[in-house]
Design a protein around this ligand. Structure first.
Ligand SMILES: Nc1ncnc2c1ncn2[C@@H]1O[C@H](COP(=O)(O)OP(=O)(O)O)[C@@H](O)[C@H]1O
Ligand SMILES: N[C@@H](CCOP(=O)(O)O)C(=O)O
Length: 325
């Protein structure tokens, strides 16, 4: 194994929308048992570019490395550097694909964020947070059909993020309740984000727009006030759930069970099929996780975790002994 320096970046899974903020609210996840729920990208200088993959969901990735979003990130990052007349280095990269594809856990965002975080560290941080988020959003948009930052922003920055999308700032971090548990359950089925976007109507009614605006405004207010009950009561999806739940077998039963057994809220994570339940007691979170594990998981690739909000976001470390590439 080479003793050359290797950079490793980890980028957490995320819940897009969090039910009440379609495309403009997202939260990063960290399992309470310490298990990794996010992709890892390794990068090291080399003579020619290569990308290798491993991990539980590596076999679900496109067969050719050139079609992997991590290779696209490498090409795009270098293109941006060249535009600034900066020197390009050649790298070999490795992706550990921990997150299932088409899962609603921000799987593509996790690979994109880990790749860009690793690349930025590899080049000694030529781009700032804002520039990187723009680049991450661009690649996420290429995969899902339209630019939305509600996975890449929380994944990169950590916490619960609200999209601002001005010229100066993409997202801001909202206060979070660190005593809430976020039960997250992936059914093992796959739902393509771009397909799940296409089934949504292009317009919403006036009453839906008013409800959506009220929920988001009151939710942000309640977070700042520390009003848990009010915040939780706003976590309802008037935009996507009515349409997307038809793609999710047993969704209604699971939601009913969760809400009858202490969950403060229940919804679809991103475009699904992963669902989430918010709880303020560990025992209730465990009971709901158990129920989802036996009723919502459909095959042996499904799983569930009890999580907290990951406030770290993407993390990079440098070393020589990872033994990966
Ligand atoms: N590293 C990667 N991680 C995830 N998806 C990837 C990656 N590279 C390429 N892809 C492709 O991008 C698409 C991601 O699908 P999508 O439904 O957006 O997944 P998710 O919602 O889990 O992010 C799939 O077609 C997948 O094959
Ligand atoms: N706001 C997006 C979020 C998609 O998240 P993913 O994890 O399913 O990619 C949407 O709802 O389409």
């Amino acid at each position: 194994m080479s003793k050359q320096s290797i950079i490793k970046a980890y980028a957490p899974a995320s819940i897009g929308n969090v039910s009440l903020g379609f495309d403009i609210l997202g939260a990063a996840l960290q399992p309470i048992d310490g298990s990794p729920l996010g992709d890892e990208v390794f990068i090291q200088e080399a003579n020619e570019f290569s990308l290798s993959v491993s991990g539980k969901f590596a076999h679900k990735l496109p067969g050719e490395a050139k079609d992997n979003i991590v290779a696209h990130a490498y090409a795009y990052f270098n293109q941006q550097l060249k535009a600034q007349n900066r020197e390009i280095k050649v790298a070999k990269m490795h992706l550990i694909k921990h997150l299932p594809i088409g899962s609603g856990l921000g799987s593509s965002a996790s690979s994109i964020v880990a790749a860009f975080a690793a690349l930025n560290a590899f080049y000694d941080n030529p781009f700032n947070q804002h520039q990187l988020l723009l680049m991450m959003g661009e690649l996420e948009g290429q995969i899902s059909g339209s630019i939305h930052y509600d996975n890449v922003a929380p994944c990169y920055l950590g916490g619960m993020t609200l999209m601002i999308e001005t010229e100066q700032q993409i997202a801001t971090q909202l206060p979070v309740f660190d005593d809430w548990y976020w039960v997250s359950c992936y059914s093992g089925l796959s739902v393509s984000t771009s397909a799940a976007r296409k089934i949504l109507p292009g317009d919403v009614s006036l009453s839906t727009a008013i409800t959506f605006g009220k929920q988001l405004g009151v939710f942000v207010h309640a977070l700042h006030q520390g009003d848990r009950q009010l915040a939780a009561s706003m976590i309802q999806d008037v935009i996507a759930e009515p349409y997307r739940k038809s793609l999710l077998p047993d969704y209604d039963n699971c939601k009913k069970f969760a809400l009858e057994n202490g969950a403060l809220a229940f919804g679809i994570s991103g475009s699904g099929p992963t669902v989430f339940a918010v709880c303020n007691q560990l025992q209730q979170a465990q009971q709901i996780e158990q129920f989802l594990g036996s009723h919502y998981v459909k095959n042996d690739t499904g799983f569930s975790h009890i999580c907290r909000i990951d406030t770290n976001g993407a993390q990079c470390v440098e070393g020589t002994e990872f033994g990966i590439i």
